[in-house]
Design a protein around this ligand. Structure first.
Ligand code: MN
Ligand code: MN
Ligand code: MN
Length: 277
């Protein structure tokens, strides 16, 4: 099994890279990429812990990006650590922090004292994301569950929604490419785009040097997988696969437990795993 999309506690996942690795071994994963949101802090720890194990670790990141006022997620895989990449990450962390402080202020106005500090305590680090605020809303009794927290407070158009000044999609893709990695469009059906808009996004992504698309991501229906496989073929993109695992309490699909990739698409990892798998 291959899993090229998951999160550790260095972003909004629940487990340490070391614990993710243990789960990966139990799930018989042979090739794993940790793709935390806008950070590669956990990547070295994962690679070190895996050094003596029969599992290949691919460098990974999930970059939050903007394309025509739309938030999209770009996965970077198999890249080298470069200055352009660390510069981009530093800007993203700053933008995320500014947004988190603004969300905190909105939630204080709605009656949750010290919302930012509390969300930061839940995160355990400065890279506070909306999932941490969702957890805070549940803990404060304001929302029944994390999904409701987005519906009531954190989602677009809701009282604590704050847009973030993410990098442009094109810059995210070019930065990954300049770092000798492959850029992949994450979970393409999650953006709520019309067919023609999604096609326009894919064309702009390819134009910028993008290489792949997540044909299987987390929980998907057979029909959705077929749809995205069709997009991969139509636009000559390689196919990636991942669980988008955040931890047992956050994810319906376990690490490495996503559906199988259809066999008519070109797996993006083939050139990285030659002779190993
Ligand atoms: Mn997440
Ligand atoms: Mn995502
Ligand atoms: Mn993700």
């Amino acid at each position: 099994m291959i899993d090229l999309h998951c999160h550790s506690h260095f972003s909004d996942g629940h487990l340490s890279p070391e614990d993710l690795l243990l789960k990966a071994r139990l799930a018989h994963i042979t090739c794993l990429a940790l793709t935390d949101h806008d950070t590669i802090e956990g990547v070295d720890a994962l690679a070190e812990a895996a050094a003596s194990m029969p599992i290949q670790i691919i460098t990974g990141i999930e970059i939050s990006a903007r394309w025509k006022k739309q938030d999209v997620h770009i996965i970077g895989l198999h890249f080298k650590k470069t200055k352009v990449l660390s510069d981009l990450i530093a800007r993203q962390i700053e933008s995320r922090l500014l947004r988190a402080r603004a969300i905190g202020a909105q939630l204080e106005a709605l009656g949750i004292d010290d919302a930012f500090d509390k969300a930061r305590a839940i995160a355990g680090h400065e890279r506070v994301g909306r999932l941490h605020f969702a957890e805070l809303l549940v803990q404060s009794g304001k929302s029944a569950d994390r999904q409701m927290a987005f519906k009531q407070y954190l989602g677009r158009g809701k009282p604590a929604y704050v847009p973030c000044a993410w990098v442009d999609m094109e810059e995210a893709v070019e930065t990954i490419r300049a770092s000798e990695g492959a850029a992949v469009i994450a979970h393409p059906l999650k953006y709520g785009l019309t067919r023609s808009k999604l096609h326009a996004l894919i064309l702009a992504f390819k134009e910028a040097g993008g290489r792949g698309i997540e044909v299987v991501s987390g929980e998907m229906t057979v029909t959705d997988i077929k749809t995205v496989a069709g997009l991969a073929l139509r636009f000559s993109l390689s196919a990636s696969t991942g669980s988008d695992y955040h931890g047992d309490a956050y994810s319906r699909v376990g690490l490495g437990k996503q559906a199988l990739l259809p066999d008519n698409v070109q797996p993006i990892w083939l050139e990285w795993t030659k002779g190993i798998l």
